[in-house]
Design a protein around this ligand. Structure first.
Ligand code: FMN
Length: 169
């Protein structure tokens, strides 16, 4: 699939088969995430990969709009870098770019995925961090549910292109 076709045909998938995802594909998702652009190339990220049901349940318990049953959850986290003074401004942008790369790579690999918000809720990030016992410098940014799409998933690709959202100058 070429890149433009991939972007145009991606959609959020919220129903998954229980089929396990091959480690090679998980590795590709993580490589895609870390290929994202990063302000001043600080790469202020860490990716928590959750396969164990017990740990998935801990996340889902704190996700009011993310109660999906997937074989895998990836939690992109902001990693605090003591050497970086203005990290708080741009690390969320870096994490967004990395998260979108995961969605697009998943689609290319025949997987489905949905990005569910943790940021900007500090309370949700704190609860999930505590539940998972994440180290001090990590702040969960979002939860990406990944799996092979259930053929019964009726979600459609949405055409969001609107000329009124464009200005030429
Ligand atoms: C920052 C962000 C937060 C989102 N949070 C949720 C969420 O909590 N639960 C959910 O089901 N989908 C969530 N989504 C997915 C959006 O609902 C979805 O992208 C949107 O409806 C457009 O559909 P599409 O992804 O199929 O194009 C989120 C997407 C983004 C970018």
């Amino acid at each position: 699939m070429d890149a433009i076709e991939n972007i145009f045909s991606r959609k959020s998938v919220r129903k998954f088969l229980s089929k396990e995802i091959e480690q090679e594909k998980i590795d590709t998702l993580l490589k895609a995430a870390m290929s994202a652009p990063s302000a001043m190339n600080f790469q202020p990220w860490h990716f928590v990969v959750i396969k164990e049901k017990e740990n998935k349940d801990k996340v889902i318990a704190h996700m009011p709009f993310g109660k999906y049953d997937s074989p895998l959850i990836i939690i992109p986290c902001v990693k605090s870098l003591r050497s970086v003074p203005f990290q708080h401004d741009l690390s969320n942008c870096d994490l967004s770019a990395a998260s979108e790369n995961i969605l697009l790579a998943a689609h290319d690999l025949g997987l489905g995925a949905v990005w569910c918000a943790i940021y900007p809720s500090k309370a949700r990030a704190k609860e999930i961090k505590k539940e998972l016992g994440l180290s001090f410098g990590l702040t969960p940014f979002c939860a990406i549910y990944v799996g092979y799409p259930d053929p019964n998933d009726k979600s459609q690709v949405k055409n969001k292109y609107k000329e009124k959202n464009i200005s030429y100058m």
